[in-house]
Design a protein around this ligand. Sequence first.
Ligand code: X2X
Length: 333
Amino acid sequence: ITRRNMLATTGALALGAAFHTRAAAAEFTYKFANNLPPDHPVNVKLKTAADNILQETGGRLQINLFPSGQLGNDTETLSQLRSGATEFFSLSPLILSTLAPNAAISGMGFAFPDYDTVWRAMDGKLGAYTRAQIEKKGIVPMEKIWDNGFRQITSSSKTINTPDDLKGFKIRVPPSPLWQSLFNAFGAAPVTINAAEMYTALSTGIADGQENALNVVEAFKLFEVQKYCAMTSHMWDGFWLLANKNAWEALPEDVREITSKNFNDQVDSQRKVIAELNTSLRDTLTKRGMTFTDPDNAAFREKLSKSGFYGEWRKKFGEEAWGILEEAVGARL
Ligand code: X2X
């Protein structure tokens, strides 16, 4: 063998060893599931966090994303999170309430007048209260909730200008008692459908409408099957980043610290990009053919009050939770 070949062979062996070391299986390989498309800002930011975590843990924790409900719908994936079949899951507090009932309190109708109030509450006492409710059910929430936004009502058949326009309206809602209750209070006909089946339900007429923040209307291409959007802002919603307790506690303490730090470090930019999208998308979706209206939100809120909706949920949540909510939003509901 000539000297040149020997050097080439040695170099290739060294490169191969380096590659193998770098690609060595991580000590922990965890799944992170959610119902959003891969290119949604939540998943873009989760990928950044996962890459940083792999690098900062020296390759010990590999987190693989499973977007678009690949592992199952929200209801199924919540069961997987509880069993440990899936280690991480980002989920609306209202769907989480099927396991931790009082986690839904941040989704109370018309509770938050603006984003400043949302973050003061969710990064303060109301967020701390909600995380404690989640932990009681053996699930570990990361400290900072990520944003979905203020939810608006879309329709394929008509504009929604007054609460009476919701009478008998077949509206898709995610799986949660609070969503059902809120639209029953309007006299609508809510139908529970997971995000993964939402587009099909709207295109086949199983539902005539749905309600979501504009970033979701865009991400799920609902502008293709929805003509009208009423800017009701009837509810604020977010995503808790959740971990299975055994999987979380199996991680070495330094890996846990690096992981929670990197998820929380993404929250400010995630909230910023979502808030910007929920504003800019009105123009974009108008150009895509949707018609937007700005109904009198006070009329919708008054309808909820008169229906006994707030009294019913005050009883369900209890005085402690309700007091924390009213203090957080600075108003009596
Ligand atoms: O299912 C929905 O409507 C969504 C995507 O907003 C939630 O995850 C609650």
